[in-house]
Design a protein. Structure first.
Length: 137
């Protein structure tokens, strides 16, 4: 059955066949008891890029383009290492990074196929430069 973003939300109840863990376990196997017993590791309770992309489709179908864009970026960041995400997050705070440093983060994200997020970092760098919010070189 084809996915219909207008009728298949919420995915967990209407299309649980489309929701899996990063390791491929079906949603039905994801329970608190399974986590407590160690049957499912804590890192298996994460949204996958596929699920986030489906959620983006739902948001777009509902006319929520900004939410859809956020979910698309989340999908491409799903497997980016947490340490890198925290470093980029810190660098994006005002006056924390130079334009060159932000470009370096964008390059790293692009190398991990997070191209929309890399563009977002570049956009932030331009906005920070315009507003005087970059760190001194």
């Amino acid at each position: 059955m084809a996915f219909d973003p207008r009728n298949d939300y919420p995915l967990g109840s209407r299309r649980p066949d489309l929701v899996t863990t990063p390791g491929g376990r079906p949603l039905a196997e994801v329970t608190l008891d399974a986590v407590r017993s160690g049957t499912i590791a804590a890192d298996e309770i994460r949204a996958t890029p596929a699920t986030l992309s489906l959620q983006a489709d739902v948001a777009r179908a509902a006319g929520r383009s900004q939410l859809a864009a956020n979910l698309e970026r989340a999908a491409e960041l799903a497997f980016v290492p947490d340490e890198l995400l925290l470093q980029v997050y810190t660098a994006l705070r005002p006056r924390r990074a130079t334009a060159e440093e932000l470009e370096g983060w964008a390059v790293q994200l692009g190398a991990l196929d997070a191209v929309q997020t890399a563009a977002f970092v570049r956009e932030a760098a331009a906005a920070y430069a315009e507003r005087g919010l970059l760190a001194d070189a």
